[in-house]
Design a protein around this ligand. Structure first.
Ligand SMILES: *[C@@H]1O[C@H](CO)[C@@H](O)[C@H](O)[C@H]1NC(C)=O
Ligand SMILES: *[C@@H]1O[C@H](CO)[C@@H](O)[C@H](O)[C@H]1NC(C)=O
Ligand SMILES: *[C@@H]1O[C@H](CO)[C@@H](O)[C@H](O)[C@H]1NC(C)=O
Ligand SMILES: *[C@@H]1O[C@H](CO)[C@@H](O)[C@H](O)[C@H]1NC(C)=O
Length: 926
């Protein structure tokens, strides 16, 4: 038997289909999808052609893009990620259309993933970084928009090749984009257009590549950030827009929540005699910057004339329709309280987990109480702690967020009753000790750097606290202390610990603080008041004055225990009443909340948000996890511990336990990847080359293509690691060999079924059903090794898809995956209208900002923050959707929708229109 014949056959089928349908070719464990403009007559200058490509029917990671175009022919290519392209026929056939004046995607959720211009080279994302694309991600389709300069040459095959990986990578690529509306006066040598937004998020992002875009007048496009010490600005990125306008790798910069980023374009209009407007044609100008970033979860936003457009349906948003479940990962083993199963630490037991937070490196910091249990006699009548010695156990633990493995542990003989832990952007660790009535700052190794308050002396005023609860650190090193159980206030200190200001009375217990530097506010948890209050931190004359109150009780929630940021910087509160499950509540829109199951019998005390293990989502967007620190007040002392939940979007099914156990047993190297540099490859595509070579070889010899990536691919460790691990594992696995004999038959049947499915697909596209009967006699099983690799791959794939795909083998699946065929209609040729409509229509009622002026900034402390209509502080005026609309008119409309609760709100027509307008603006022009 020739073991490779089936594979050879499949490749042959693939190639045959490719003749008319541009099929993705599988090379080892990556897939290439070609998007090529079909033989479509373009007999006018300046035509925009869009080609939509339906992506594979399960998630993949987009890790590289290879352009095929020449600048003499093509002005630019932009790739948009869509949930729905502007044109897709009902039967799912891909289409091409003239998209000069038409939107690229339907609905507002389109994302520019890539841009090419001026013979820019290929782009590879850094190792371990990828965009999640494909079915069940935010990007179901990719639409390539190709702008032809002149009449299209007859032999033109312009397009792009997408490099996709079928498995998880540890970091999610995202985009922070900037675009402006403006008018440039004539006769200026260097006219600046400025666009500022503040980064609202829950985790630090790393910027790794940038693309700038202007037309002919642009001379420089640069991004600056206000320095954390507030001494001025620092330049992060600068680029000449007349150079190739593709994504180019940049120096890495970490963007921290609260960072105000400003993009400035300098234009030379000295040759002009009339004003130049923003728009899409030769005669207009643009001022765009796209920065590629990565984090654990994707972050995609647009800064649109000083307004950050944040969407609740963006990839990376906390899914509104979702369920929190206890983390099912078998390797999640945080230290357990003494006497409970899993208590491996014995005398060093950790006791209650009182507080949890995430450091800038993504690791978890947990504060335990160990023997520092809070009982009725812990404090005397004067609020002095009765304990005579500090807690002897080391209570500060640094952990791996996926496994709970302890990375560092310190803090013995320091604390009397540890209460909360915070980590600042430099990695300093801050602990608030209720027993010591102090706030203590340490470096990450536990060296004490600063202490505020008097040791074990309760009090008030500028140098004492009374049972303080939490501290929040600003980027300039100043900090705000929640004080606490007996004083009803928050107090602000500079970075040296010098008193700056304090708030008026807030109903006790003041249990948590969250600083939002984008909004210029500190949010304070009033626990028994069941409220969150927002205080001013920008107006020096009104420091810590009340700006807003959010009533959690009125929305049916319990006591407010802790505050943290959500994925797009929304303020989340942990609310809980004894005997009821805790809620995570969107503070400003409290009808939106998530329930933490099984927490009624715990005593939830603090929480933090993180990314869930990649085993749960595979190549799809990483799920969120919620870490919950719980103390033993409401139960016996054994129930306080660190708990972990996973936020599972409705419709997703987590992998079965055995699959997770398998995945954990074969750990992926992916987790340890530290992203390297993004790579610019020489134009001409190494990957396309090796595809051709591998396939050619396979055909010629009738043997399977190598399971490991060929040389050109090997450096891409971020991609191939899962597959490599499987390959190694497969060698020794004797059990599989027996299974193999038994399942050969099943495999054959599945192959046949797949071939039928493929024929269906072909018939759909071409109208002709291929002859599938001829192969019957020749179907031969794969050799053992290949089969096992495929089975492993299948597991990896089905894991992300739920049981519905259980019968699908990946190699065959790939055949059926995506046939990127170009079906197109000869579109009615539209006259190329010189003036695009961006300057005449201003959707969404955001009139104030249309000239790009500082109107938003002037009326708000956070110009460029989340909302333009910032003035309306009364929570009553705020609808559920207000936060997502970010726009005046739409926000008002959405306010009504908000009252319908977490489920029902839909985007208004105005918003959709606004999004389309933005899209038109963003579309690069000549
Ligand atoms: C993709 O397109 C390029 C350029 O047109 C071509 O060289 C390559 O063979 C194609 N690859 C596939 C998988 O179709
Ligand atoms: C402020 O921060 C910037 C950028 O980080 C740095 O270059 C500058 O030296 C700092 N200034 C002071 C006074 O610390
Ligand atoms: C592609 O393959 C050809 C021949 O195999 C080789 O000469 C060429 O250098 C390769 N191109 C790249 C970019 O590796
Ligand atoms: C399909 O192929 C087989 C084998 O080559 C042949 O015997 C049969 O006649 C073909 N059927 C049709 C409908 O062409």
């Amino acid at each position: 038997m020739a073991p490779g014949r089936l594979f050879g056959l499949l490749v042959a089928v693939a190639l045959a289909l490719q003749a008319y349908a541009q099929l993705p070719v599988v090379v080892s464990h990556s897939i290439e999808v070609n998007i090529t403009v079909p033989p479509f007559k373009v007999d006018q200058d300046d035509a925009y052609i869009c080609v939509s490509a339906l992506l594979p029917p399960h998630p993949h990671k987009l890790v590289g893009i290879i352009p095929h175009a020449k600048q003499e022919v093509v002005h630019h290519i932009l790739l948009y990620g869509c949930t729905e392209p502007h044109m897709a026929s009902k039967d799912g056939k891909p289409v091409a259309w003239r998209c000069d004046m038409k939107p690229v995607c339907n609905g507002p959720s389109s994302t520019i993933l890539y841009g090419w211009g001026r013979n820019a080279p290929d782009l590879r994302l850094p190792e371990g970084v990828g965009f999640s694309v494909g079915e069940r991600t935010g990007v179901k389709y990719i639409v390539a928009q190709v702008h032809y300069l002149k009449v299209r040459p007859p032999d033109d095959h312009s397009g792009v090749t997408l490099l996709l990986k079928p498995h998880a990578v540890p970091y999610a690529a995202g985009l922070v984009s900037f675009a402006s509306w403006f008018t440039i006066p004539p006769g200026k040598k260097s006219h600046p257009i400025v666009n500022t937004c503040c980064y609202k998020g829950y985790e630090a992002l790393t910027m790794f590549a940038v693309r700038v875009h202007t037309h002919g007048l642009g001379r420089r496009v640069f991004m600056t950030r206000e320095t954390w010490n507030k001494t001025g600005t620092e330049e992060l990125v600068s680029r000449d827009p007349q150079l190739p306008q593709s994504f180019v790798p940049t120096t890495r910069h970490t963007i921290w929540p609260g960072d105000r980023l400003t993009v400035t374009c300098l234009f030379d209009s000295s040759s002009k005699t009339a004003p130049v407007n923003a728009g899409g044609t030769h005669n207009d100008e643009m001022c765009n910057m796209y920065t590629m970033v990565y984090g654990k979860t994707p972050y995609l936003t647009m800064c649109d004339n000083n307004v950050q457009d944040i969407r609740d349906d963006s990839p990376g948003a906390l899914p509104r329709h979702s369920t929190l479940v206890v983390d099912p990962m078998p390797n999640w083993r945080p230290p357990a309280p003494a006497g409970t199963p899993g208590d491996a630490l014995g005398a060093e037991a950790v006791g209650d987990a009182t507080s949890v937070t995430t450091g800038p490196d993504g690791t978890l910091w947990v504060l335990y109480r160990a023997s520092g249990v809070w009982k009725s006699d812990t404090f005397d009548r004067k609020e002095v702690i009765t304990r005579k010695e500090p807690v002897p156990e080391a209570v500060v633990l640094n952990m791996n967020p996926d496994t709970g493995k302890i990375l560092a542990r310190w803090g013995a003989d320091v604390f009397y009753l540890p209460h909360s832990i915070s980590v600042d952007q430099y990695g300093n660790v801050w602990v608030v000790d209720v027993g010591r009535h102090q706030v203590l700052k340490f470096d990450s190794k536990g060296k004490q750097l600063l202490v505020v308050g008097k040791d074990r002396q309760p009090g008030a005023g500028k140098d004492k606290f009374c049972k303080p609860t939490q501290v929040a650190v600003l980027r300039d090193g100043s900090f705000i202390v929640a004080d606490g159980y007996c004083n009803s206030r928050v107090v602000w200190f500079d970075k040296t610990g010098k008193y700056i200001a304090e708030s008026g009375a807030i109903k006790a217990v003041v249990h948590g603080v969250l600083v939002d530097e984008c909004e210029g506010l500190v949010y304070v948890a009033s626990r028994e008041g069941r409220k969150v209050v927002a205080l001013d931190i920008t107006d020096t004359k009104k420091r810590l004055q009340l700006k807003a109150t959010y009533d959690m009780a009125a929305a049916g929630h319990g006591q407010v225990w802790a505050l943290r940021f959500g994925p797009y910087g929304e303020q989340l509160a942990l609310t809980w009443d004894e005997g009821k499950d805790a809620h995570l509540v969107n503070v400003r829109f409290p009808t939106q909340f998530w329930t933490l199951p099984g927490t009624a019998k715990l005593s939830p005390h603090d929480f933090t948000l993180g990314g869930a293990a990649t085993e749960l989502s595979g190549a799809g967007d990483r799920f969120f996890s919620v870490y919950l620190a719980s103390v033993g007040v409401a139960c016996d002392t054994k129930c306080g511990a660190l708990h972990k939940f996973v936020v599972v979007p409705t419709g997703f099914k987590l992998p079965a336990q055995w699959e997770l156990e398998t995945a954990v047993a074969v750990p992926s190297k992916a987790k340890d990847v530290k992203p390297g540099d993004a790579k610019e490859l020489p134009h001409g595509a190494v990957a396309a080359n090796h595809t051709a070579n591998v396939v050619a070889k396979a055909i010629a010899k009738g043997v399977p293509a190598p399971a490991k990536p060929p040389a050109g691919e090997e450096e891409d460790e971020g991609g191939a690691m899962v597959a490599d691990d499987y390959d190694e594992d497969v060698e020794d696995d004797t059990e599989d060999a027996e299974d193999y004999e038994n399942t050969k038959k099943v495999l054959d049947e599945e192959m046949e079924a797949e071939e039928e499915a493929m024929a269906d697909y072909e018939e759909m596209i071409t109208g002709v059903r291929p002859n599938t009967t001829h192969d019957k006699g020749e179907l031969v099983p794969l050799d053992k090794e290949r089969y096992q690799v495929l089975m492993q791959d299948k597991k990896a794939a089905t894991k992300t898809m739920g049981s519905g795909w259980a019968n699908v083998l990946v190699v065959v699946l790939v055949l059926a995956l995506t046939v990127i065929s170009v079906y197109y209609a000869r579109a009615t040729l539209m006259h190329y209208i010189q003036s695009i409509t961006v300057s005449s229509s201003n959707p969404g009622g955001s009139g104030a900002g249309i000239k790009g002026g500082p109107s938003a900034g002037a009326s708000t402390p956070a110009g460029g923050g989340l909302r333009k209509t910032f003035g309306a502080w009364a929570s009553a005026a705020e609808g559920l959707l207000g936060r997502f609309s970010g726009r005046g008119g739409a926000a008002a409309a959405a306010g009504l929708a908000g009252t319908t609760g977490a489920g029902g709100a839909k985007r208004s027509t105005a918003e959709v229109e606004a999004a389309r307008e933005r899209e038109r603006l963003l579309r690069s022009g000549p």
